[in-house]
Design a protein around this ligand. Structure first.
Ligand code: SAH
Ligand code: TMP
Ligand code: ZN
Length: 407
């Protein structure tokens, strides 16, 4: 029986999405035969409420010198991270002399550049070399490492303890959360804070956004599971702030036990999650049924369009779309290409389904009749940008929260 990665209790998958490739593993035709697959099967721990995938590929297979995701591709995410950094600066760092801020998974420096520009002492910990280099080139101090207790000890030796440890869309990637929590204890000053945000389980369940479950996302957090996981290592959840990013995220603030007074928002959210059953098997049984319905409806639409000979494309070769395409069985017969603005993805093929990824310019030059909005989490930005497509009669196919064709 598999064991919970947090508390060691026995866990069991509540569903399987089937065999999955590396979600950001865009590839060339000569690599198709050697593609790596694992079984994507999530479980909820009845003891500590952590949603987790049972099998996760080795992190070195996912985060390396050719990591395909550059944070800076979304203009709204740039604004979001500028606001995140400013809030930390104003509400926390401003009261200290010469503060020091560390970020895990700092990618191309989308958030730390704000601190760098203000001459605030900062350090990014980023294991994917290509994105780490992009950050350094932008003047953001970055070391190319996976964060761990050992790395934390090294940082303290070199730079002293930190006032804030930040992380966005990366804590849920790290299977050994105990090492992160112990590292954070060592790294932070007594009144230092650990602030991280990730896609929120309440949104995933509420919107059937099952595509948030993929290889990199070993966990999908709730306030319940975060309080339990970090509570085991001397941290207390002192604030929670919902975010609209990535289709619904939560920002968690943790402090060393007893250092800060928890806000009312924490107790309220924990009560709400308990009422909604975010720790109960029945909730995830319903979720599984909702995933199956979503899959069947999306395939009914795509099969119908294929029969009619309509030209269908995808928008955004997101890591999330790897789960959707491989779980639903979408192939290059359904979708002729996926448009994406990321140069390293262009000219390659999507993981598992092997749908060509083409430059955005091709989408503009030859509008498809229908477009599956894989990057639905950036919908506001994309709808603003693609008014001409809609005006020209192009239709969007959505699947979160419900499958529909947007007329
Ligand atoms: N914070 C950015 C990037 C998120 S993508 C944003 O929100 O847009 C996740 C990043 O975390 C990747 O760049 C990946 O290389 C990095 N990462 C993965 N495991 C890590 C670990 N153990 N320690 C630090 N960074 C890690
Ligand atoms: P994400 O959902 O993991 O943030 O990935 C978004 C992907 O979509 C990324 O590969 C960039 C791509 N993208 C576009 O092609 N056009 C856009 O307008 C946006 C916002 C993203
Ligand atoms: Zn557990």
């Amino acid at each position: 029986m598999p064991q919970c990665r947090i508390c060691g209790s026995a866990i069991e998958a509540f569903m399987s999405f089937g065999k999955m490739p590396i979600s950001n593993g865009f590839l060339r035709p000569d690599e198709f035969d050697n593609e790596y697959f694992f079984e994507l099967a999530p479980a909820i721990c009845g003891n500590c409420a952590m949603l987790q995938i049972i099998e996760q590929p080795d992190p070195a297979k996912m985060f390396h010198e050719n990591y395909a995701f550059f944070s800076g591709t979304s203009k709204y995410m740039k604004v979001h991270f500028a606001e995140f950094a400013t809030a930390i600066q104003k509400h926390h760092l401003a009261r200290y002399d010469d503060p020091f801020v560390v970020e895990l998974g700092s990618n191309d420096g989308i958030m730390l550049r704000v601190f760098a520009d203000e001459n605030i002492r900062h350090l990014g910990i980023e294991p994917s070399k290509n994105v780490a280099e992009a950050a350094c080139a932008r003047g953001v101090n970055t070391i190319c490492e996976f964060f761990s207790e050992d790395v934390a000890t090294q940082i303290v030796l070199q730079h002293g303890q930190a006032d804030a440890l930040l992380a966005a869309n990366v804590m849920c990637h790290i299977p050994d959360l105990a090492s992160v929590a112990k590292g954070a204890q060592a790294l932070l000053k007594p009144r230092g804070i650990l602030v991280f945000e990730d896609p929120y389980l309440g949104d995933v369940v509420g919107k059937t956004s099952y595509d948030q479950i993929y290889d990199e996302h070993v966990f999908v957090f709730s306030a319940l599971s975060v309080a339990n996981a970090f509570g085991r290592h001397g941290f207390e959840l002192v604030n929670v702030e919902p975010q609209i990013t990535h289709g619904g995220s939560m920002r968690y603030t943790l402090a060393k036990k007893g250092a800060k007074q928890p806000s009312n928002a924490v107790a309220l959210l924990i009560a709400k999650e308990t009422e909604l059953g975010m720790d109960r098997a029945e909730t995830f049984d319903t979720f599984r049924q909702n995933c199956e319905t979503s899959r069947d409806q999306l395939m009914a639409v795509l099969n119908d369009l294929r029969e009619k000979g309509a030209k269908v494309a995808g928008y955004g070769a997101t890591s999330k779309s790897t789960t959707v395409m491989n779980y639903c069985g979408i192939t290059a017969d359904h979708i002729t290409f996926i448009s994406d603005t990321t140069p390293t993805k262009q000219g390659k093929y999507s993981p598992g389904a092997h749908v060509p990824v083409r430059p955005y310019e091709e989408f503009i030059a030859n509008y498809p009749h229908y477009t599956v909005l894989f990057a639905w989490n950036h919908s506001r930005e994309i709808m603003e940008k693609e008014k001409d497509y809609t005006a020209a009669g192009g239709k969007w196919i959505n699947f979160v929260p419900k499958v529909n064709i947007q007329e």
